[in-house]
Design a protein around this ligand. Structure first.
Ligand SMILES: C[S@@+](CC[C@H](N)C(=O)[O-])C[C@H]1O[C@@H](n2cnc3c(N)ncnc32)[C@H](O)[C@@H]1O
Ligand code: SF4
Ligand code: SF4
Length: 272
């Protein structure tokens, strides 16, 4: 395998009321409909473009220096390459100096490589869907796309990584998953992901549960003060440790299953 997994960075880091990482989500429209997809990706999914208003809120919420990271996902970011190219340029023009990661299934390899090449700072990289890159658990991407991406990675080591093989019980979840049985599935502990800004203007606490509208995940909107949103995120992580995880352990449930099926039994975090 040409592509390497990336080490995950520290979780829950906030500095001067700015998050170390933020995910950006423009809807679940996709050119695939994987049977495990946490966001219910589908060609019939919703899609809403990034605007200056979203990106200004992004720039007010994330660390702007080199430690900061913005992660574009979806859905499939290469389906609206024009808007994603515009968003990357806007973020750079307005002072974001951190890393940018594009989560992609890689099928539209030319568009994905165009996104990587567009960054004037050369710090935009890709992370590929494990199942679609390998064919384990989903139909593999076309060989023509795979070869282009492999060639780019060989020329630019570290530019294209491969995602983790783990499948969590969120969205379409684990039941229909047909991949390798040894891939780990049960864990009581939430991975403490960084939150998400959706293009409907809402900040949501979890990229895996993004299509779950429970009040437990609602951190605020682009109209709120950025410090309120980041403080709410810290409150959410405390709630995960003190309310959610004990429940998952007591009921012997995987962490994401609790978020998907049992939240009505848990009091929401006390957001400001
Ligand atoms: C939701 S996809 C969106 C971006 C792009 N369409 C892709 O597949 O990479 C982002 C990442 O989430 C992963 N993912 C999807 N469903 C998952 C699940 N149930 N558990 C863990 N990861 C999942 C995908 O493999 C992919 O690496
Ligand atoms: S995992 Fe990615 S490629 Fe698969 S349906 Fe979901 S968004 Fe689409
Ligand atoms: S446990 Fe809940 S908050 Fe944590 S990753 Fe899973 S769905 Fe998200």
């Amino acid at each position: 395998m040409v592509f390497k997994e990336r080490e995950s960075r520290n979780k829950g880091v906030v500095e001067n009321n700015r998050l170390m990482e933020l995910h950006l989500y423009p809807g679940n429209r996709c050119n695939r409909d994987c049977d495990f997809c946490t966001v219910f990706g589908t060609p019939k999914g919703w899609a809403m473009e990034y605007t200056a208003e979203h990106l200004d809120a992004t720039l007010a919420s994330v660390m702007l220096h080199e430690q900061g990271a913005l992660k574009f996902y979806g859905g499939e970011p290469t389906l609206n390459t024009e808007n994603t190219l515009w968003a990357i340029a806007y973020l750079r023009e307005h002072g974001f100096a951190g890393a940018i990661v594009i989560y992609s299934n890689g099928i539209k390899a030319d568009q994905l490589l165009q996104l990587l090449a567009s960054d004037p700072l050369g710090k935009t990289t890709a992370s590929l869907n494990y199942s679609i890159a390998t064919g384990d658990g989903a139909p593999q991407m076309p060989m023509s796309s795979l070869r282009k991406l492999e060639a780019y990675e060989k020329e630019n080591p570290g530019a294209i990584a491969i995602g983790h093989p783990d499948i969590v019980d969120s969205g379409r979840g684990i039941d229909p998953f047909t991949g390798e049985e040894t891939r780990p599935k049960v864990n009581h502990r939430c991975p403490h992901c960084y939150p998400v800004l959706k293009t409907d203007g809402q900040f949501h606490a979890c990229p895996f549960a993004i299509e779950n509208n429970a009040p437990h995940f609602q951190l605020g909107s682009i109209r709120d003060r950025p410090e309120t949103v980041t403080q709410n995120f810290t409150t959410f992580l405390n709630w995960i440790d003190t309310v959610h995880e004990p429940y998952a352990i007591a009921h012997d449930l995987p962490a994401c299953t609790v978020c998907w099926k049992n939240l009505e039994e848990l009091p929401p975090p006390e957001f400001g």
